[in-house]
Design a protein around this ligand. Structure first.
Ligand code: FAD
Length: 293
């Protein structure tokens, strides 16, 4: 598969808590809006921990930028009524895209909700709102840590598609082969919807290591070892992190990935630097224009 003119760029944010965080996100989003991404997405704390923050961030992005916004919805621990209220609210706001997830409940929180899996949320969204929303779901090139086995995980992704999902965004990974093998493996199961690679720019390696242990994303040994060698040299560590992610994106684009979804952690600098350096399939003049800025 070769990259097409439909190549999509999207950026993910989390809802900031402090006033300072909110102001920073406004300027981050304004800068990222200049590359005309297909959408911005906003995470949601499973169990409802960020419900108000997610809604507020979605509304603010909608008012202050012209970029479509895709709220994440995580259904674990939630009632059908709670999910229905949020979905209705987003419909009223004019939202047309959702990222439908199961989520992971914070430890100690009981699992008293009415949904067990993301496929049930997708089904519920379709039941209640028909074709109104474009629905994204999560996919795992290195397989979800709780999956019974690899084929089962892909069959579970297939259930989300059969329930009505339109496309998928992956967990981040650093080995492009993991992504391309996953696409081939999915095709064996008849899963052919667009699967957009999720890209995690490396800002702070220690934080990335911690988070990767939690979510089951593999950091190849050669990458960890190189970062260990730069423990006292933050500038070399930054450059190396940039090269790793740049090369990953380059290979993904060359291999025909349909787009890139950036986990921005509410920062724009590395994303913009990556986009400037990459030979992107020309989707809009905006990204090409970045190259000369
Ligand atoms: P599911 O698709 O339900 O899968 C979860 C597990 O259950 C998998 O192991 C799957 O194989 C298995 N499974 C699925 N269906 C069945 C079935 N019928 N029978 C048996 N097993 C089954 N988390 C948040 O809390 N908030 C966010 O905003 C958020 N955003 C994310 C965005 C992206 C792009 C990604 C990749 C992840 C995101 N996550 C988020 C993390 C995600 O919620 C977790 O990875 C969670 O553990 C799984 O969610 P899921 O939607 O993939 O679940």
């Amino acid at each position: 598969m070769k990259a097409t003119s439909d190549f999509s760029i999207s950026f993910e944010f989390f809802p900031p808590k402090s006033l300072e965080g909110k102001e920073k996100l406004s300027s981050t989003a304004a800068r990222l809006a200049e590359v005309s991404p297909q959408f911005f997405s906003v995470t949601f704390g499973a169990g409802g921990s960020t419900r108000e923050g997610t809604i507020e961030t979605v509304s603010s992005l909608k008012v202050h930028t012209a970029i479509p916004v895709a709220p994440h919805l995580a259904c674990i621990g939630a009632s059908r009524e709670e999910m229905a209220a949020m979905i209705r609210h987003y419909q009223t706001l004019g939202i047309q895209r959702l990222v439908a997830l199961r989520g992971d409940l914070p430890s100690g929180m009981g699992q008293s909700g009415e949904f067990r899996y993301a496929s049930e949320l997708v089904e519920f969204i379709r039941e209640t709102t028909g074709d109104h929303f474009h629905i994204e779901v999560a996919a795992y090139p290195e397989f979800h840590p709780q999956a019974r086995n690899a084929p089962n995980d892909v069959l579970n992704l297939k259930k989300k598609i059969e329930a009505g999902a339109n496309s998928a965004i992956t967990q981040y990974f650093f080995n492009p082969d993991a992504y391309f093998n996953f696409l081939d493996y999915c095709a064996e199961f008849g899963v052919t919807l667009p699967i957009i690679p999720g890209i995690m720019p490396i800002a702070q390696f220690s934080k990335l290591q911690h988070f990767s242990n939690l979510c089951g994303a593999e950091i190849p040994r050669w990458i960890s070892e190189r970062f260990a060698a730069y423990a006292d040299d933050p500038e070399s560590a930054r450059k190396f992190g940039f090269e790793v992610v740049h090369e990953l994106c380059r290979q993904l684009i060359a291999g025909g990935a349909p787009g890139l979804h950036f986990y921005t952690l509410n920062h724009d600098e590395i994303c913009l630097e990556l986009l400037r350096e990459l030979d992107l399939p020309s989707r809009t003049g905006e990204i090409s224009r970045l190259k000369v800025l």
